[in-house]
Design a protein around this ligand. Structure first.
Ligand code: PLP
Length: 381
């Protein structure tokens, strides 16, 4: 049997044809495909606006800038995420404050966030960045209520969760990044994610003001609207210090065909998760699923006591399991700026046991059965 990765892109002829067609067109970047991808993505998640970017890290950077994060400000996030969720705060010169995770859902624990906020004077924090970790949607309605009490903004890091949803108190389904309860949603199109563009990302929002700001910052802070002067048709003005964080047209063409398959992909991921859950139920701990929540299952994570041994055992059998994540506050960079003292017991306990098993739509039943067999063999001896 070939090696089985923990995650893998799903590219078919339809994707390849779409990219080739765009390469043969007049536009390689800033053509019609970027807009089409933005419109279709916004519609898919149920947000008013979407802004395509060259990766989610750039998208997180633009998001904190659009929400006026400055040097010395403070933002709360989770330690169990990819470093980019926290790094964007540092890009703005602001301080990262980590709250703990829930030991069963592995998501940022709202009670830990509340405690942290209440332990500080009013106005101490500027915002919160919860992460729909592993594809499990955060209950953003609860976070919004807390954020509103303390005048905080919310950036939803939905990189793991296009197609996931939670059900709010009005019994309405809220797809990750729909902007009903958060200010900006951020998605990644790295190949191990649901939608692969090579590199790529998308920002979603319901605020016209934030949309305009994100569009401006994405392209150098350049505009042709409401200019101080106008020397002719060529003239433009740079009114903010922006960036070039644009996505190309051929990546957008790929994003469009990938997006069209996402629902099917998420459904297949859920089928795979159910098979794992049935096999491990009562024997091995896995991520909890709150009522009314649909996990987009970027990852399927289990917890075991002798995680390193299981990791080595699976790898020696061709199963390339992975660890998500080394807690961000324990990274040498964060330690060097004083985070080694953070008391995040659930996150550290989780890290000592977690391991991600293969999870991607093209994983065959035969391959999954082999993974289950190997895990059971290891756990049961
Ligand atoms: C939760 C989370 N946020 C942000 C990112 C950054 O995404 P990108 O690689 O598109 O910059 C990732 C990527 O791994 C991620 O997993």
């Amino acid at each position: 049997m070939n090696k089985i990765p923990y995650g893998r892109q799903n590219i078919d002829q339809n994707d390849i044809d779409a990219v080739v067609l765009t390469l043969q067109s007049d536009y390689l970047t800033q053509g019609p495909k970027v807009k089409e991808f933005e419109v279709k993505f916004a519609e898919y998640v149920g947000a008013k606006y979407a802004v395509a970017v060259n990766n989610a890290t750039s998208g997180l950077h633009l998001s904190v800038l659009a929400l006026n994060l400055y040097k010395g400000d403070r933002v709360i996030t989770t330690p169990i995420t990819f470093a980019a969720s926290a790094n964007c705060i540092r890009y703005a010169g602001a301080e990262v404050w980590f709250a703990d995770i829930d030991p069963d859902t592995y998501l940022l624990d709202i009670n830990s966030v509340k405690e942290l906020i209440e332990s500080k004077p009013k106005g101490f924090f500027k915002g919160i960045i919860p992460v729909d970790f592993a594809g499990l949607p955060v209950n953003m309605e609860e976070f919004r209520a807390l954020a509103d009490m303390h005048n905080l903004w919310i950036i939803e890091d939905a990189c793991h969760a296009p197609g996931g949803f939670f059900t709010d108190s009005k019994s309405e389904k809220n797809f990750c990044g729909n902007g009903n309860y958060s200010d900006i949603g951020v998605f990644s199109f790295h190949p191990v994610k649901h939608i692969a563009c090579g590199e790529g990302g998308m920002l979603t929002t319901n605020s016209k003001e934030l949309y305009d700001k994100l569009m401006l910052l994405r392209t150098h802070g350049i505009t042709k609207e409401n200019m101080d002067e106008n020397h002719g048709n060529w003239y433009y003005e740079m009114i903010e210090l922006g960036f070039n964080y644009r996505l190309t047209d051929f990546q957008s063409a790929l994003g469009i065909t990938q997006l069209a398959k996402n629902k099917k992909g998420v459904d297949r991921r859920n089928e795979i998760a159910e098979t794992y859950e049935k096999a491990f139920d009562g024997k091995i701990k896995f991520q909890d699923l709150p009522n009314g929540t649909y996990n987009a299952h970027h990852l399927f994570i289990i917890e075991v006591e002798n995680r390193k041994e299981l990791y080595d055992f699976l790898h020696s059998n061709g199963i390339l399991a992975q660890i998500h994540y080394v807690p961000v506050h324990t990274m040498p960079y964060y330690k060097s700026i004083g985070y080694s003292e953070a008391d995040l017991r659930n996150a550290e306990k989780y890290y000592s046991k977690c391991i991600s098993l293969p999870m991607y739509p093209a994983l065959s039943n035969e391959e999954q059965n082999f993974v289950i067999e190997q895990v059971n063999h290891f756990v049961n001896g």
